[in-house]
Design a protein around this ligand. Structure first.
Ligand code: FAD
Ligand code: SF4
Length: 482
């Protein structure tokens, strides 16, 4: 499906949004290649021409890292892609990632003026186009321009624990100012959820690797297989002479349903399933060593991005039928709209207004079916979404041989347990100042999911940026911070 390029690109809401070419659904369910294929230069020019260059752009306010959106779009329109990349990179450390996975409908595009009367400018697609075009270039130049690559401030060093988007933002920002950054990551691969959670067909690992290579070229040092709180603790890092420590360890502890039978063979947490497929490369088996168990009929519990990624991954791995079981209706699903649209196109079934009440096993302890409780919607709860209420006595049993639980995650206690004086919330998240990211311990900062609970890539990056700015201000003075 390809877009047609207007002969003379026009501005504004009356011109339809330029569609993104995609793999056909019947083809893409058989592979792990990226679903969305990216704009051509002509498509990007046509889409850029729709932006009316608002004097007070709502899109910028909607972006947690405040990218100068009209500024970069104007450069795309003028054909100056290097300039466009520099504008984006000025505030966003991972544009190729954000262009792909940000929930733009709730952020920049949700605040674009054109959305009031028609379709908003496809800001995410343009960001991805600019970043992908620039990826092929020299890593140092990509990030900071030639000179900054050689900038080194002697004696200043900062440690980041975790290598997800929050830490990568801290590392990218501080290293571009010449501060030495060491990133300690528990896993053998770098990138956090971007590599072990979000599947290849939405965010190719090569894109994340390239962004990380670019940071290495800028002087950031990465130490995989280091578990903060075990291999090295926060107090030890401070004793080693780091000027500041940033905690960006995410919230990777899976939440379970707490219903009978959840320990049966065949019931997985989404974390475990996606990590096996993504990090273990089961999607490439038998070319790689690690296979993954896949059932014939797979039930996935939850309705966020994690649930949809699990469902679409199971389908690609060979499941005959995949059903998403959700307590509310499609309207309340928190997943990105594009993912929901793609999942439906790929034949994923939605079993809305149903909640699991028990899993049942065979004589070998393997999952063979589950009981569901029918639900209806009541009044809105504190999240603003309608509360699901059980329809007493209305239950059913469904044959399933695999279940994936994707109903949320919480904080891993390793860091808080090993860092005396680090204040945490009742739910175990690290308490950090909203403006500076500083925790109860001076010089120790935190941001991303470990502070907010499971959120988004861009909000983790926004928190990383605030913390990095504060660290830079203290180490280098106000003048160094733009
Ligand atoms: P993370 O990305 O979680 O990274 C934390 C890193 O710290 C990990 O690498 C972890 O191994 C490491 N770590 C943990 N403990 C330690 C320790 N003790 N020592 C050293 N390292 C440690 N958001 C979107 O905006 N759009 C999406 O489409 C989207 N899809 C998602 C799909 C899935 C399957 C998942 C799980 C999440 C998705 N999200 C999405 C959410 C988003 O990925 C997260 O909000 C974001 O990655 C959080 O970034 P972070 O830096 O806080 O932590
Ligand atoms: Fe362009 Fe929309 Fe931003 Fe206005 S709000 S500058 S039209 S992207």
């Amino acid at each position: 499906m390809c877009a047609t390029v207007p002969a003379e690109p026009k501005k504004g809401a009356k011109t339809p949004r330029t569609p993104m070419p995609e793999q056909d659904p019947s083809v893409r369910v058989t592979n792990f290649s990226e679903v969305a294929l990216g704009y051509t230069p002509e498509m990007a020019a046509a889409e850029a021409a729709r932006c009316i260059q608002c004097k007070k752009p709502g899109c910028v306010k909607g972006c947690p890292v405040e990218i100068n959106i009209p500024g970069f779009i104007a450069k795309v329109k003028a054909g100056d892609l290097d300039g466009a990349y520099k504008v984006i990179k000025g505030t966003n450390a991972l544009p190729a990632v954000c262009g792909r996975v940000c929930p733009q409908e709730n952020q920049c595009e949700g605040s674009c003026i054109l959305g009031k009367k028609g379709e908003p400018v496809a800001i995410g697609r343009l960001e991805r186009f600019v970043a992908d075009t620039f990826m092929a270039k020299d890593a140092c130049e990509q990030l900071t321009g030639d000179e900054a690559c050689h900038l080194q401030r002697e004696g200043l060093k900062v440690a980041c624990i975790g290598s997800g988007p929050s830490s990568l933002t801290v590392a990218g920002y501080l290293s571009s100012l010449g501060v030495k950054v060491h990133v300690y990551e528990a896993l053998h691969e770098l990138g956090g959820v971007l590599v072990y959670g979000i599947p290849e067909f939405r965010l190719p690992k090569a894109i994340v690797r390239k962004e990380i290579q670019a940071m290495s070229a800028q002087g950031v040092e990465f130490f995989p297989n280091w578990v903060g709180g075990k291999t090295i603790t926060v107090p030890e890092l401070l004793e080693k002479g780091y000027n500041a420590v940033f905690i960006g360890v995410g919230a990777g502890l899976p939440t379970f349903l707490n219903v009978p039978g959840e320990n049966l063979i065949g019931v997985f947490s989404a974390n475990e399933f996606l990590t096996r497929v993504n990090l273990g490369r089961a999607y490439n088996f038998p070319k790689t060593d690690t296979p993954a168990f896949i059932g014939k009929h797979v039930a996935v519990f939850g309705a966020g991005n994690v649930a949809l990624d699990s469902a679409r991954t199971a389908k690609r791995m060979g499941a005959e039928k995949v059903s998403i079981v959700y307590r509310r209706t499609e309207k309340e699903m928190p997943a990105r709209l594009e993912e929901l649209h793609h999942a439906k196109e790929e034949g994923i079934e939605l079993l809305c207004l149903n909640a699991p009440i028990a899993f049942h096993g065979d004589e070998n302890g393997r999952l063979k079916s589950m009981s569901l409780q029918r639900m209806e919607l009541g009044e809105p709860d504190e999240s603003g979404r309608c509360r699901p209420i059980a329809c007493e006595g209305d239950t059913c049993t469904l044959d399933v041989d695999m279940a994936i639980v994707a109903v949320g995650t919480s904080a891993n206690p390793l860091i808080t347990q090993t860092t005396p004086g680090l204040e945490k919330t009742k739910r175990g998240y690290v308490v950090a100042n909203e403006e500076t990211g500083e925790t109860s311990l001076p010089g120790v900062f935190a941001g991303g999911d470990i502070v907010t609970g499971a959120a988004t890539v861009i909000s983790a990056m926004g928190a990383g940026r605030k913390a990095a700015k504060e660290i830079a201000k203290r180490l280098l003075g106000e003048a160094a911070v733009q």
